[in-house]
Ligand binder design. Structure first.
Ligand code: NAP
Ligand code: ZN
Length: 348
């Protein structure tokens, strides 16, 4: 079927309306009528060529919420009318150890893992993402989005939510733990809400104090500006866990210096240029420097259910399709409170 979409024609060029082909619904597939698609900074990195050449035209979008409108003959876990979500990947080999362990995002079969857009699928076609009215995916990669959630507010959970939930859970955010979130953007604001709900003491490290009031409302206990050198003195050796969501390079050693003994700095931000580390920052206090990439299907479902139980959704600004380029400029200027979500009805 031919559907309306918004695509980047080439690297750095503004996105524009287009139409794309969606495959017929296979026996294991679901057809989803998309209601909302979030704008992740990764969409911007991708279409701007930060992460290398892409198979243009690219329809971005890996935070997708909508309703199932058709199911394949072998689909048993979703029904027509169900509210579902799709995150950052739409296929994997399902057979390697990582896939079997529910870490499909780390599928180890060459060509096995398939991103939601700009990726080669198993049939040789390139995937196109959620800035469109419909998508067809294998039912395994469709998550159940609880009806109690607001659909627009739930949309960013499919990437920003799971990307922060995964390291917070893995590195033990909870009562008695001091957690810092670096960067109060799309990922960062979800990190604050989730870490707070897990019971941790949460500190925001933002470039300035401009968003302090918001940060405290979202669930932070403390808020510091990283532009103030005193912040790095005051908070020295104090955190158990720091989750860095910044889309640009940061002075890693300054942040490692904020970790207590056995503390961990987890990088989820994905800047194009390498980060440098002085090993003495790691030797001192036996610190860890780690990374984390989204999360597998079982953990993503767990995160959605956790957020539903705790009444957590993203703070969103719903926009129409024609505002996408303006929204990109605002994300790049750190002027987002805290996730832009496209109302896909405006693509029709
Ligand atoms: P975002 O909404 O733009 O948030 C990033 C925040 O970082 C900004 O709001 C800003 O916060 C801070 N920041 C931006 N530029 C900075 C600079 N030059 N120096 C210091 N701080 C700066 O982006 P996002 O959608 O949350 O994504 C953040 C990063 O995570 C991107 O690189 C994205 O590609 C990556 N990502 C990774 C994964 C993964 O699986 N690991 C998943 C999704 C996204 P303040 O204004 O508070 O300083
Ligand atoms: Zn994302």
């Amino acid at each position: 079927m031919r559907v309306n979409a918004y695509a980047a024609p080439s690297a750095g060029e503004p996105l524009a309306p287009t139409t794309i082909e969606r495959r017929p619904v296979g026996e294991n597939d679901v057809l989803i009528a998309i209601e909302y698609a979030g704008i992740c900074h990764s969409d911007i990195h991708t279409v701007n060529g930060d992460w290398g050449p892409q198979p243009f035209p690219v329809v971005p979008g890996h935070e997708i919420v909508g309703r199932v409108t058709e199911i394949g003959s072998a689909v048993t876990d979703h029904q027509v009318g169900d509210r579902v979500g799709v995150g950052c990947f739409v296929n994997s080999c399902r057979e390697c150890d990582n896939c079997r362990n529910g870490d499909e995002q780390h599928c180890s079969t060459p060509g096995g893992g398939v991103g939601t857009y700009a990726a080669k699928d198993h049939d040789g076609s390139f995937t196109q993402g959620g800035y469109s009215t419909h998508v067809v995916v294998d039912a395994h990669f469709a998550l159940k989005v609880p009806e109690s959630m607001d659909a627009a507010a739930a949309t960013p959970l499919l990437c920003a939510g799971i990307t922060t939930y995964a390291p917070l859970k893995r590195w033990g955010a909870g009562p008695g733990k001091k957690v810092a979130i670096v960067g109060l953007g799309g990922l960062g604001h979800m990190g604050v809400k989730i870490a707070h709900a897990m019971g941790a003491e949460v500190t925001v490290l933002s470039q300035s104090l401009k968003k302090q009031e918001d940060g405290l409302r979202l669930g932070a206990d403390h808020y510091y500006a990283t532009s103030d050198p005193a912040t790095f003195e005051t908070l020295k050796n104090s955190f158990d866990l720091i989750v860095n969501t910044v889309s640009a390079e940061i002075p890693v050693d300054d942040y490692l210096g904020l970790l207590a003994v056995d503390g961990t700095l987890v990088n989820v931000g994905a800047p194009p240029a390498p980060l440098s580390v002085n090993v003495f920052s790691l030797l001192t206090n036996r610190r860890n420097f780690a990374g984390s990439m989204i999360g597998g299907i079982p953990l993503t479902q767990e995160m959605l259910d956790f957020c539903a139980e705790h009444g957590i959704g993203a703070d969103v600004e719903v926009i129409s399709a024609e505002q996408i380029n303006e929204a990109y400029a605002r994300v790049l200027a750190s002027d987002v409170r805290y996730r832009f979500v496209i109302d896909t009805a405006t693509l029709a």
